[in-house]
Design a protein around this ligand. Structure first.
Ligand code: KIV
Length: 280
């Protein structure tokens, strides 16, 4: 059996092997990802949309993230379990950031946390508290309103260079790995070359040190339009819908349950019951 992943081991993987990260929302998704051998399971705040039907990630709370992280932790044995710090849990002060990260670890059993943006002070303070931090730059969905939508970032030289500087600052602050979301491949490659920590891309081209996808997108569970970078590896929505339709039809037509799906009647019980009820 492969060794359990640690943040140190993930950082050391740069240049020697590509990292695989997938999001999970609960025990089954984390267990399946873990047994498939992914390196990192991220309890991403995208679960607000993927699992809770919200319009964006801004309304998910720290308590909700702790709840889902704890569920995913029950399924993660070998992969490193990282929890997203939700909007509002780290933007207010460095002390709040450390407190929120500690709750995700103590109450949710996370082994690391992710936060969005070039937040060197928060990253350094959480790292100093003993918690590995994953950075996240490029398209940062918690800044949706400032960015004016889910748009590709770093498309002009000045912005691309600013992203390289952010990546360097995040590395300096002590992050162990860095997510790059929705940037042109050239920017993904430049940032990957500029830092010694691994980059994990989502819509950031093939040169990143690893790739991440959201579980429900990868599995074809979502029925919403998907971003360009998503590759569906299964069509679970179709599979699940077809199974539910078969179940409904079997119930309605009396084909379910069959004899083998029933506990056997103890001998004579049916007759005794009928006799009793007739005498009532
Ligand atoms: O919340 C999330 O799923 C994420 C990934 C897209 C990296 O942050």
């Amino acid at each position: 059996m492969e060794a359990t992943r640690t943040a140190t081991e993930i950082t050391a993987a740069k240049g020697s092997r590509r990292l695989v990260m997938v999001t999970a929302t609960d025990e089954p998704s984390a267990r399946l990802a873990d047994r498939a051998g992914v390196d990192i399971i991220l309890v991403g705040d995208s679960l607000a949309m993927a699992a809770l039907g919200r319009a964006n990630t801004l309304t998910i709370t720290l308590d909700e993230m702790i709840h889902h992280t704890r569920a995913a932790a029950a399924g993660a044995r070998r992969a490193l379990l990282v929890a997203d710090m939700p909007f509002g849990s780290y933007q207010t002060s460095v002390a709040d950031a450390v407190r929120s990260a500690c709750r995700l670890v103590a109450e949710g059993s996370a082994q690391g946390v992710k936060l969005e943006g070039p937040r060197s002070l928060e990253i350094a303070a959480i790292t100093a508290a003993g918690i590995p931090v994953m950075g996240h730059i490029g398209l940062t969905p918690q800044s949706l309103h400032r960015l004016g939508g889910y748009k590709v970032q770093g498309r002009v030289l000045e912005h691309a260079l600013a992203l390289v500087e952010q990546a360097r600052a995040i590395e300096q602050a002590g992050a162990f790995v860095l997510v790059l979301e929705a940037v042109p491949p050239a920017v993904g490659a430049a940032i990957t070359r500029a830092v010694t920590i691994p980059t994990v891309g989502i819509g950031a081209g093939p040169s990143c040190d690893g790739q991440v996808l959201v579980f429900s997108d990868l599995m074809g569970l979502s029925e919403l339009p998907l971003p360009r970078f998503v590759r569906r590896y299964a069509d679970l929505a179709d599979t699940v819908r077809a199974a539910l339709e078969r179940f409904a039809s079997d119930v309605r037509e009396g084909r379910y349950p069959a004899d083998v799906e029933c506990y056997p009647d103890p001998s004579g019980l049916a007759e005794e019951l009928a006799a009793h009820l007739e005498n009532d």
